[in-house]
Design a protein around this ligand. Structure first.
Ligand code: URA
Length: 243
């Protein structure tokens, strides 16, 4: 693939801008400045640097972000800053792939929810991870207002009825870690599901954090606002994840 096409596919600008970056000596591969935008490279496994920013070629982007509180999972946020502002420019301006409009969050977390969020421009991955049919478990650490009772935990496991559907929704797993800390595992992603389920058993969510999706656990060293590429091992864990 031509170097300018590689940069274009990764979101570094129009083909003309990408050719300019190369011609101006801003692109380094294996320690060498490359000045020919038409030079051919095998893209798979290629690492390069553009203006000092190290970049691994990725045909599709798969990322995790530690979402901080006070941010919206929307490209056009209404009140709070968008989570997309944490991503570097090329990930926000990658050319559209098939039906997917650039890199997008896989499902949404509320403004005040923190924790693990996946992002990708792979439409099939978004579908597989969000579809209730695939039963990918999401683990939430919930701080509640009132001390938890055995009855509340049992009702969450047995199923509660929410206002938009007569069919009860059940937690795939639920435990009181401490009297005010509930660990809840869900396989669907209904609107405000954790908050509504906890309210349905007579308690109230005071803090909500997603700690894992499938077997993928939010790494302790990924601080709020930080992101990283998913590794091949992370992706393998995700495709093996089922409740
Ligand atoms: N359930 C909620 O209520 N909010 C979230 O952000 C995620 C799950």
């Amino acid at each position: 693939m031509r170097l300018e096409d590689i940069l274009f596919s990764q979101g570094f600008g129009t083909r003309r801008v990408c050719a300019g970056l190369v011609q101006q000596g801003f692109v380094v591969i294996a320690g060498q400045v490359c000045e020919d935008p038409g030079e051919f490279f095998q893209p798979e496994g290629l690492r390069f640097a553009v203006q000092g920013m190290d970049w691994p070629y990725a045909e599709r982007a798969y990322l995790m972000l530690h979402k901080p509180a006070g941010t919206e999972c929307s490209q056009k946020p209404s009140t709070w800053p968008s989570i997309y502002t944490f991503l570097p420019g090329p990930l926000r301006t990658r050319p559209q792939k098939a039906a997917v409009q650039g890199v997008q969050a896989v499902g949404r977390l509320d403004q005040d929810t923190t924790g693990l969020l996946l992002l990708t421009d792979d439409g099939k991955f978004i579908h597989r991870m969000s579809s209730p049919k695939h039963h990918v478990p999401k683990v939430y650490e919930v701080t509640v207002k009132h001390e938890l009772t055995v009855d509340q935990v049992e009702r969450l496991l047995a199923g509660v009825v929410l206002d938009d559907d007569p069919k009860p929704v059940k937690a795939a797993a639920c435990e009181a870690v401490t009297p005010l800390h509930l660990r809840l595992t869900l396989t669907e992603g209904k609107y405000h599901q954790v908050k509504r389920m906890v309210a349905a058993v007579g308690n109230r969510v005071e803090g909500l954090h997603r700690s894992a999706i499938g077997s993928l656990i939010l790494p302790e060293d990924l601080l709020p606002g930080q992101w990283r590429w998913l590794s091949a091992a992370d992706l393998a864990l995700m495709s093996a994840s089922k409740a």
